[in-house]
Design a protein around this ligand. Structure first.
Ligand code: BTN
Length: 327
């Protein structure tokens, strides 16, 4: 926490900040400040120290560590606890393991994942140093079927943050894909532990392809995948982007806790990429096709069939259909 505050202070002041000012601000001795600056340097921060002037931050590493994140973001609920790993098996696995004993809003971040997972047991490509792999622990006072709302909320939070931070036109493909120009740039994996009538906790896993070059993806996925860098043509600061995503997440989560679900649902509909388009939805072995009509109040996808009947789908994989591909 204190390391994060030092970075925040140095960033705010931009020039030199005296050791005395830092020690008064944090309520620690000047020797303790010096020790903390040493640790920060070891984790990649370039900090100049001049005896008569104090400290100046020259460069921050773009690694989404706890300290780096605390310098750019403070949430009321999200980020109460931040746990960072250089490498982990999967941030979702970690949150499913520790969720019962940690407080709501805990965020687990990894720079790389060995067994990153997507929906339907698919692999999520998770190389080090380029993307964001994050799982947020939530404990909403909801019944299990309301968990759908959490995936919708995460999608709105991610899309809003990507748009604000990068200017790229991100959109949602129900239920958990984030696309830019029809290519997937981010995905959400929501998992939960619950009993019949109560959610114990939810793990909301977020993977965003930030600075990954597409040759890191398998050949088969290259035509349907993108990264923010490949779309914008220049690298994106991961720490600041994650700060924006978690701020947005905190905002939307408080909204739905305080009864403003309709605001979330309305915003979701505005960011929906399939409304009015012909889609196919695969649900286990069954496939239906029709015109997407947005979502119901419960978050189900509504499809108008050829017969004119409207069906509500609560899970499945959506494909945009054009003249070439029909189910
Ligand atoms: C999907 O689109 O199928 C969901 C992808 C979710 C990937 C993220 S990366 C962080 C978290 N940890 C995981 O193992 N998966 C999610």
């Amino acid at each position: 926490m204190l390391n994060g505050q030092i970075i925040k202070l140095l960033k705010e002041k931009s020039g030199f900040v005296s050791g005395e000012e830092i020690s008064t601000f944090l309520g620690i001795t000047r020797a303790a400040v010096w020790k903390k600056v040493k640790t920060l340097r070891q984790s990649g921060y370039v900090i100049t120290a001049i005896p008569s002037k104090g400290y100046r931050l020259v460069k921050s590493p773009d690694i989404p560590t706890k300290e780096a994140l605390q310098a750019v973001f403070t949430g009321d609920i999200i980020g109460r606890e931040i746990i960072f790993y250089d490498v982990i098996s999967s941030t979702n696995d970690k949150v499913m393991e520790i969720g019962a004993t940690r407080s709501e809003g805990t965020v687990v971040i990894a720079d790389a994942q060995k067994h990153g997972r997507g929906r339907f047991g698919r692999k999520w490509i998770s190389p080090a140093g380029v993307n964001l792999y994050v799982t947020v622990l939530l404990k909403p006072p909801f019944v299990p079927k309301e968990a759908t709302l959490i995936t919708l909320m995460a999608a709105v939070a991610i899309v809003s943050a990507i748009r604000d931070f990068t200017g790229l036109h991100a959109v949602i493909k129900w239920p958990n894909d984030i696309l830019i120009r029809n290519k997937k740039v981010a995905g959400i994996l929501t998992e939960m532990k619950s009993d019949m009538d109560r959610i114990e906790f939810i793990a909301v896993g977020i993977g965003i392809n930030v600075n990954m070059s597409l040759n890191m993806m398998p050949h088969t996925l290259r035509s349907v995948t993108a990264s923010l860098k490949s779309e914008r043509g220049k690298p994106i600061n991961r720490v600041e982007l994650l700060g924006a995503v978690l701020s947005s997440f905190d905002y939307w989560y408080k909204n739905i806790l305080h009864g403003k679900r309709h605001v979330l649902l309305d915003t979701w509909q505005q960011l929906d990429s399939t409304r009015g388009k012909k889609v196919g939805v695969r649900m286990n072995e069954r496939v239906i096709s029709g015109i997407a009509q947005g979502i119901s109040d419960e978050g189900e996808l509504m499809i108008e069939l050829h017969s004119g009947a409207v069906v509500k789908v609560c899970a499945g994989e959506v494909t945009l259909l054009n003249k070439k591909n029909h189910f």
